[in-house]
Design a protein around this ligand. Sequence first.
Ligand code: AVJ
Length: 322
Amino acid sequence: MNGVSLHDLSAGQAASVAEVLRGLQSPQKELPCKLFYDEIGSQLFEQITTLDEYYPTRAELRIMRAAAADIAARLGPECLLIEYGSGSSIKTHILLDHLERPAGYVPIDISREQLEHAAATLARSYPALPILPVCADYTATAELPTALPPCTRRIAYYPGSTIGNFVPEDARRFLASIAEVSGRDGGLLIGVDLKKDPLMLHRAYNDALGVTAAFNLNILARLNREVGANFALDHFRHYAFYNPVFARVEMHLVSLTEQTVRVAHANIHFDRGESIWTEASYKYNPPEFAALAARAGWRVQQVWMDDRGLFSVHYLTVAGAA
Ligand code: AVJ
């Protein structure tokens, strides 16, 4: 693998039975959205990013292309890039093409196959760049297992508006833990999806080809494969909508019948119409995100948006640092 060696903290990355059962046995059934990203789910997500209706990826790429030189100037020379949820690392290519003598790249992802593939691709494009991939659930462990190469400053990169998948209090906690890893001189480059026409949001999570539905339902297929569950996928409906009270898209899997499903050693009962909540995707206006980040010890230095105002990329530094 081009001399790239991977740190694996994922313990085989199987879904944790205890965490799954805790979610399915609570009054509002829920499953953690990180379970979407097994090999099949990561491929389905890559397909989502190419859909006509799913605007965020294209909007963020447009911002990154237009602002790359600006961003690189902000980040400065010899920075160490630490990417949370690196996925296919496409946006990272744009960044690395513009950074001045980057000290290294640390991609962190829960999907081992995708991480290996992305790290190998980057190693071919940037043969001199130290790449230190970490396979981990970064929501559970903020600490990095590797000795990091020396650098001018550590830059956390968190694209894709994945911060929106946390409820705001968890988002604050996660941003605060990133500040710990980055240190006093650290920076954070983060993609944040913006509030907008709710019908546009609705379409983005209800695409005509049904890829988002397949992505949502794959979580049940995964439980069938990995923890000995017997979900009948055609007895559940993908249901996604924008909730303006909470400024979030909610994705659910709604039971179409009264049914009992075996999950590991437990029986889970569903009433007709009962849902499993699988994902929240919060949307922020720039001042709202700045306020959230401030509560985590970050100060916004600059915000870039696409010309249609759909998406934003924020650069922040640790508040109180020089
Ligand atoms: C890009 C991971 C943040 O909330 O939009 C896409 C994933 N879920 N369609 C998002 C997702 C449904 C997603 N993230």
